[in-house]
Design a protein around this ligand. Structure first.
Ligand SMILES: NC(=O)C1=CN([C@@H]2O[C@H](COP(=O)(O)OP(=O)(O)OC[C@H]3O[C@@H](n4cnc5c(N)ncnc54)[C@H](OP(=O)(O)O)[C@@H]3O)[C@@H](O)[C@H]2O)C=CC1
Ligand SMILES: O=C[C@H](O)[C@@H](O)[C@@H](O)[C@H](O)C(=O)O
Length: 310
């Protein structure tokens, strides 16, 4: 199962599971990347904003030099940060330099907005009142036009988006010459975002599910249906939460800097119809009761069009 791949609308194969690197601490992430590649991961998810691309790049270089994998065997994803959404070519160039790569396999718009490129910080410019310095007149479709132009440079094999709601996709798609290959969104049984998943499926946009364990501290491990299925199948809650995405046709990203967990997270199983029903019934219940759980919603002060946040 860990070797399973999905097909993107570009024709590329994308692994079903990848290693996340958000909040992977300096001093730990290089080793995490090397260990993951040794263990069998073939997808590494990065971002300029994570501030650790250089160390991720060191891990990749070490794995290439040691003959663990060849460059063309690893699917590397990175993202243009919000202060670069009017300068996507520069954003990509900086990430490539950080990672020490000539190309990435997939380049994503991290969030559909612009933060002041001339503000008081490269990544998190703030106003004097402490709020994030956002340029509200920016149209995210203009960012996509820049992303489309990057394909001809060969510096990325595919382009996509992240944190796009149905509303934002519906604004983007009529103007897109290239349909995004991917939409990377928070996704787990406590936040199924089915309206986005269904629209993406209809349009040929592959879902990459982030924060599948509930992000920092993996809070979804104790959710009742997750525990129940884990006990029945004799597996860890992590296996249930990660395997949930396979029948949904999505790639899942799991972050860990802990060796045993990195290995454990590769253990995907085939959840059967009863297991999926239990998880889907829980999703429906949380939706009905207004109890959906969104773990990642940075304080941009922008309405991104997610129904649970509008
Ligand atoms: N596009 C976007 O805006 C976003 C993208 N992402 C991407 O998705 C990735 C995954 O999401 P993320 O939010 O990091 O959270 P995850 O849901 O992957 O959870 C990570 C947390 O779970 C712990 N953990 C991981 N595996 C296990 C295990 N087997 N047993 C016990 N604990 C475990 C980790 O601890 P430890 O590391 O200490 O082992 C960490 O605290 C990110 O790293 C990033 O690459 C995430 C958020 C937003
Ligand atoms: O990819 C992970 C998340 O989106 C992360 O990049 C943001 O939450 C960022 O730290 C922020 O504060 O805006």
């Amino acid at each position: 199962m860990a070797n399973k791949t999905f097909k993107l609308n570009t024709g590329q194969d994308i692994p079903a599971i990848g290693l996340g690197t958000w909040q992977s601490e300096p001093g730990k992430v290089r080793e995490a990347v090397v260990h993951a590649l040794k263990a069998g991961y073939r997808l590494i998810d990065c971002a300029y904003c994570y501030g650790n691309e250089q160390e991720v790049g060191q891990g990749l270089a070490e794995a290439f030099a040691a003959g663990i994998v060849k460059r063309e065997e690893v699917f590397v994803v990175t993202k243009v940060w919000a202060t670069y959404t009017t300068r996507c070519a520069l954003g990509l160039q900086k990430s490539l330099e950080n990672l020490g790569l000539e190309y990435v396999d997939l380049f994503l718009v991290h969030w559909p907005l612009l933060m002041n490129p001339e503000g008081n910080d490269d990544r998190f410019p703030k106003l004097p009142n402490g709020e994030r310095d956002i340029i509200r007149s920016h149209n995210h479709v203009d960012t996509w036009k820049q992303m489309e132009a990057l394909l001809a440079t060969g510096k990325t094999k595919a382009i996509g988006v992240s944190n796009y709601s149905k509303r934002y996709l519906e604004q983007l798609l009529p103007h897109a010459t290239v349909v995004p290959a991917v939409n990377q969104i928070e996704n787990h049984p406590a936040l199924p975002q089915q309206e986005i998943v269904d629209l993406c499926k209809e349009k040929g946009i592959h879902i990459m599910a982030y924060s599948p364990l509930g992000s920092t501290g993996s809070p979804l491990f104790t959710a009742e249906p997750v525990v129940k299925i884990a006990e029945k199948r004799g597996v860890k809650p992590s296996t249930v939460l990660l395997s949930y995405h396979i029948p949904r046709g999505s790639t899942v990203l799991a972050k860990s800097v802990t060796r045993e967990r990195i290995e454990e997270n590769l253990k995907l199983i085939d959840l059967d119809a009863d297991d999926m029903k239990l998880l889907n019934d829980w999703s429906d219940k949380l939706t009905r009761e207004g109890q959906l759980m969104r773990f990642v919603y940075p304080p941009f002060g922008v309405d991104f069009g997610f129904p649970d946040k509008s």
